[in-house]
Ligand binder design. Structure first.
Ligand SMILES: NC(=O)c1ccc[n+]([C@@H]2O[C@H](COP(=O)([O-])OP(=O)(O)OC[C@H]3O[C@@H](n4cnc5c(N)ncnc54)[C@H](OP(=O)(O)O)[C@@H]3O)[C@@H](O)[C@H]2O)c1
Length: 437
């Protein structure tokens, strides 16, 4: 059995590839089912976020298992294998475990240390458990990854500062507005007519950061107007004009800066729509949706400046240095967590021998107890029988405690294998022996 991860991320694939491999929550169940039915796959779970799609799995054979998953990804995305393969990565065993710990800690994120990824790893665990696609190995690994993510945030400085894709989007807007004025720095957004399209988690963060950067009023559009209204109540100091998506044309005609963050699976803004507008000033569009909410053809529309999630790299790299330093603090903690998991994984090697040893001693205990009780005949009351039975169990458990602990304790692989062999030989635990169960 091998632990592996196959996937792609903002490091290996541009948004136009990533959006083809975004698996929404409502289709995760069928994807897990299809993967679990593959002969090579024993356990599986899916992490799908705007910047990554990763399949964590326990497979029988590394090569065949990875191929089965790559085939599935090609089929799901509709991309031929030769087009998809250059964007896929795969890691086995220790590298796969270390990668997961980095992801959960936010060290592999576009915005180093961002908090949303931990919630997404938790969601992967919940979905894997709900749909019964995980077994004991992935359950242990993924729940440990969640606690690692929590440790990174509580024990290092990487969790400080409310960084997210949304905060980077607001910074990108500040930078672009600044550059349009000939200043290569982040400027206040006070003078902009701003709109946010979408009223989910990312939009909430957009509102928070916009308010912090000098915005005092904005238009908030959502498919469901009531959700926009509910969101706006959390920002009493912002003047929010809540509207339905039907007012999108009005929004694009009257605003200078529009952020889009909806979970729509197809673009909601394209060149055709923008060409109908009569605008005299520049319209800046910043899209953090994956799949993208804004079609790439808007680049051809005069007076429109559009950015997607990959363009956030420009602002992220500007302030990454300080966060890189903080990330170093987290590295040791991640190594520690990887080592702990590997120790647990190695200790599993002892389980079959321990089970055989327990079964052999239990069989002796039962046999001897039976002999003793039949010798005592009816002289023994039910209560006395129970006491003797408990005594026999207690003795066996005490005898087993030290060897079992030692066999499972962290140690070099060869050392454990020698001990296991010795125990099997001393207690005749070979499967062919009569007292091996
Ligand atoms: N969560 C993250 O960490 C993260 C990070 C970066 C980027 N993103 C991307 O940002 C987008 C929003 O994510 P989120 O976490 O904020 O989602 P969310 O909390 O689930 O909110 C989804 C929003 O999208 C709207 N929506 C869904 N389907 C739509 C459709 N067909 N047409 C128009 N609007 C639709 C919803 O409107 P209703 O209220 O009417 O349902 C809601 O406003 C996604 O594309 C996601 O990939 C997310």
């Amino acid at each position: 059995m091998h632990i592996a991860v196959v996937g792609l991320s903002h490091r290996t694939a541009p948004v136009e590839i990533r959006e083809k491999l975004s698996i929404p929550e409502q289709t995760i169940e069928s994807s897990l089912k299809t993967l679990k039915e593959k002969e090579q796959i024993l356990e599986v779970s899916i992490l799908s976020t705007c910047n990554r799609l990763e399949i964590y799995t326990l497979i029988r054979d590394p090569q065949l298992g990875i191929t089965a998953i790559s085939d599935y990804l090609s089929q799901y995305s509709g991309l031929p294998k030769e087009d998809l393969s250059p964007h896929l990565f795969d890691f086995y065993h220790e590298e796969a475990i270390a990668h997961l710990m980095r992801v959960a800690g936010g060290l592999d994120s576009l915005v180093l240390g961002e908090g949303q990824i931990l919630a997404q790893v938790k969601k992967m665990v919940r979905l894997g458990q709900e749909h019964h696609s995980m077994g004991p190995i992935l359950n242990r690994l993924l729940t440990q990854a969640v606690s690692t993510g929590k440790r990174v945030r509580s024990e290092t400085n990487l969790g400080t500062g409310a960084v997210s894709i949304s905060s980077a989007a607001v910074e990108l807007a500040q930078l672009k507005v600044g550059q349009s004025r000939g200043e290569d720095q982040l400027v206040s957004l006070e003078a902009e007519d701003i709109a946010v399209v979408g009223a989910g988690r990312m939009s909430r963060l957009l509102l928070q950061h916009l308010q912090a950067k000098g915005c005092s009023q904005l238009m908030l559009l959502n498919r469901t107007t009531q959700r926009a209204k509910d969101l706006s109540t959390g920002f009493p100091e912002l003047s929010v004009d809540c509207r339905s998506l039907e007012d999108l044309n009005h929004c694009l005609s009257s605003c200078s800066l529009v952020f889009t963050s909806t979970a729509a699976e197809k673009p909601i803004i394209d060149a055709c729509l923008l060409n109908q507008l009569k605008r005299e000033s520049v319209l800046r569009l910043i899209d953090i949706g994956v799949p993208r909410n804004i079609s790439s053809d808007v680049q051809e529309v005069e007076g429109v400046e559009a950015h997607d999630v990959d363009d956030l790299e420009e602002v992220v790299s500007r302030n990454q240095e300080a966060r890189q330093q903080m990330a170093l603090e987290a590295e040791n903690l991640l190594k520690d967590e990887t080592r702990l998991f590997l120790e647990w994984w190695d200790s599993l090697e002892a389980v079959p021998t321990i089970n055989k040893l327990r079964a052999a001693l239990e069989s002796i205990r039962k046999e001897e107890l039976q002999k003793a009780l039949s010798r005592m005949g009816s002289d023994f009351s039910a209560r006395e029988r129970k006491v003797v039975e408990a005594l026999s169990k207690g003795i066996v458990n005490k005898i087993l405690h030290t060897p079992v602990t030692q066999l499972r304790s962290p140690q070099a692989r060869t050392e454990r294998q020698q001990s296991l062999k010795a125990v099997e030989a001393l207690f005749s635990l070979d499967d062919s022996q009569p007292n091996a169960k």
